[in-house]
Design a binder for this molecule. Sequence first.
Ligand code: SF4
Ligand code: SF4
Length: 438
Amino acid sequence: MRLKTFKGGIHPNDMKEISMDQPITMLAPGKEMVYLMSQHIGAPAKPVVKKGDPVIIGQMIAEAGGFVSSPVYSSVSGTVKALEKRKNALGDMVDAIVIENDGQDTETEYATAELDALSKEDIIKRIQDAGVVGMGGAGFPTHVKLSPKEPDRIDHILVNGSECEPYLTSDYRCMLEKSDELVQGLMCILKVFPKAEGVICIENNKPAAIERMREAVSGRDRIRVEVMQTKYPEGAERSLIYAITGREVNSSILPADVGCIVNNVDTVIAVYEAVIKGKPLMHRIFTVSGDAVNNPKNYDVRIGMSYADIMEEAGGFKSRPEKLISGGPMMGFALFGLDVPVTKTSGAITCFLKDPVKEAVTTPCIKCGRCVKGCPAHLMPCDLSDIAEHGDKDRFAERYGMECVECGSCSYTCPAKRPLAANIKAMRRTLLAERRKK
Ligand code: SF4
Ligand code: SF4
């Protein structure tokens, strides 16, 4: 059978075997928990607590700063220690609420619900109130994503279970261990879009997850499992939509404009918890992997816990790592330290004894075309990188540089070790910032 896929892409060693076979382990939260006010795309959340206030698990500590925003909840019980600036994973100082954990785990009561008794509006409101955002990295508030201009046009709800990024296995473990919650979360979303079918998309390097999810959806006529070719970046939103529907999305339109809404596995499970259990988003599944780690596996961590506490609880390092990445090696970013908190969008830390990028020697382009062949956006990364290095913004836009999805495939395949993706990404970010200012 021909597997679904997109044009372009590459085949990096997936390195999933390091962490994929171990069950998810619950980690105890740290003594000090830090909740950033910007954990999502849109306006930052606004604190509703002050220094000295007692808090319990499930209590709102910051309200949404607008429609495109999301509230933040305490994941521990304790006392508000400070409202101050703290470092995020990118190294920027941002507003945060710091809570001293009392270790008592005192928790609020949640209002559970039956899906049959909820209207579409009720479902979206419960998701909004629970602070659910896209947990695959983008952090787009889910209630906004589920409120497109033309809801009747939505015919596909895609669940991104491809997890194409090397080393990461949290979605895989969730599909094995939380398959029923995933299906119930998808049923909640499908109730909002009665004309849509639900498609759970999984790469063919995860046969156990495919089997488990097929069992979980059996008898549900609006949900199917689709097996995808293992190829990077299969899980990029545009790649996934093309692979399943043959429809193309570019930077000037949204997936909803072609009838699709894409959510990742963790997000759909958070939807289930919000809608059915009435629980706000306070924890997530987090992959710890790489050759520098003692106990690589997936952990259930509370939002607000520091990467340092996670690494300590997870058994620490074999020896001092040369490179720490928040996320995976293709789309993640270098960490300058572990003193940063987990947010709703932090999915992994990958730790390496050696930094291959630091040791790479860049040589002139040999015109091999590998970067062009692998680009999922059908761009000319070799040219775009040169244009970006020369700072030619107009030419960069004319050559469709804004269509780059920042997947890193071009740099990975380049035999001359040219920093193609880094150059293109830097120029793209500059232009995006300028457009936002205008
Ligand atoms: S140009 Fe952008 S989209 Fe194309 S391979 Fe490079 S990083 Fe990926
Ligand atoms: S992959 Fe590297 S060497 Fe090959 S064409 Fe692209 S930039 Fe040049």
